[in-house]
Write a protein that binds this ligand. Sequence first.
Ligand code: ADP
Length: 541
Amino acid sequence: MFYHTGITHSFNDQRADIVVDGILQTFYFKFSYQPFKDQDGQITGVFCFANDVTELVLSRQRLAASEESARSAIAAARLGTFDKDLVTGEMFWDARCREMFDIAQEKQVSYEDDFLPGLHPADRERVNSHIVNFAFIKALSDGDYDVEYRAIGAGDKKTRWIRSRGKVFFNDDNHPIRFIGTVFEITDIKLADEKSALLSAIIQSSYDAIISINLHGMIESWNKAAERMFGFTSDEIVGQSILKIIPPEKVEEERQILYGLKNDERLEHFETKRLTKDGKLLDISITVSPIKNDADEIIGLSKIARDITDQKLAEMRKNDFITIASHELKTPLTTIKSYVQLLLAKARAADDAFRIDALSRVEKQANKMSVLIQNFLNNAKLLEGKFDLDVERFNMHELLLEVEHYAKILSPTHQIVLKDCDDVSVVADRDKIAQVMENLVSNAVKYSPVNTTIIIGCKKINGQAQISVTDTGIGIDKKDQGKLFDRFYRVENDKLKNVAGFGIGLYLVAEILRFHDSRILVESTANVGSKFYFNLPISMD
Ligand code: ADP
């Protein structure tokens, strides 16, 4: 063919598999067939030139492969790319870059008409100046470009946070000639950053100390209020053990808290003591809750602490005052009661209706006062740690008859009924169980409409005596039921605003029963009624 036409033919990158040194190998050649002419211009032969271009072809293939893998890496990383020829002014944006600025795929884009107008007005000047006055100046940037900005979608007007990184290429005169780079949407990261900045501002400005520790008890964060409260700065204490602020006698308690939290328990308003940097003891109320990671595993705990030292002091003063006043009132009241009883007996003997009525009222009020005083004194003893039991074996039925009798005198407005009372004996502190019953019955009276019935019960259940007081009164909302037994806790609502009380009756009931290894339980429905009950082991001897 070459022979006849005399036209030179070339073939590029022709593959030839040749056996060299006994191994089949792939080579690439550039073949060129040229006519060989004699003096008359007649073709007498053909020159065949073969250039081995194997290296060239292979490196081209390698380049294509690495371009392809760069392209897939860019796609996988959700990166958009841009490329601006600074000589011609032409600009190329890939599909993802266009998505971020919400610009149609086919539109011809330019720096002035698309990029700059697509920037958030608050960022436009900064970014433009960063590109023109920094990135494009080789001496300043060495061609490196890295900036964050907000883009506003041309079509959807959505604000997207973008991080853009790139490279500027310069000619020999240091003029920028090409600007290429990537864009990456970081809206989620930015929003998360803003959220955590907001949270951290809230934490820093909180009045309560907010501390987080890891599961080894090492402090990981410490806010401003913690600095004020405990005297350690964040720099001093972060990374140190929480034991630095725990007095030795509370170390075991802390261990228990950690243990409980690993079992996902939350601890609210727990009162304890902590040490300040200069060794002062603080009364604090803390709420401890577990911190979990995305996999719902507990990785640490947060503690919110409030300094209640002043509150405690005020409480102590109040208690001291009440205790002293109660002691002072107790003796004269006992005298009043005995004289009233004497006078009442005389009035009854004389059948003097007016005196009987008047003295009965005095006796009733004096009895109410003595229950109150007894409560205050018990409260004081509990606070001072001097509370103890005087245990004896007694017949519960008989005690409840007394309670019923006494309640009938105190509360003629209600029907007091002793019902289903099994004849059981228990070993307990008789006076204190009587106080429990007096408190429960007087509450039942206080929180039920007049003329309703209050039932005192005592049943044998599983070898235990279950003693109960049931009313058909205003009942207690579920949300209040857990707090009823806290000292000074009173339910606050419109129905109760005119009912007087100190909120220590049920606290004492709970404490007295706790000393008996028992506990007070409540079943109650708002506007239906309440049943308070507790168990004591029956004594068989
Ligand atoms: P208080 O002096 O206020 O009666 P207590 O400690 O005896 O204090 O009771 C605490 C609160 O529990 C009361 O303020 C009341 O709201 C509620 N409570 C107690 N007993 C009853 C009951 N039988 N029915 C409805 N509410 C009750």
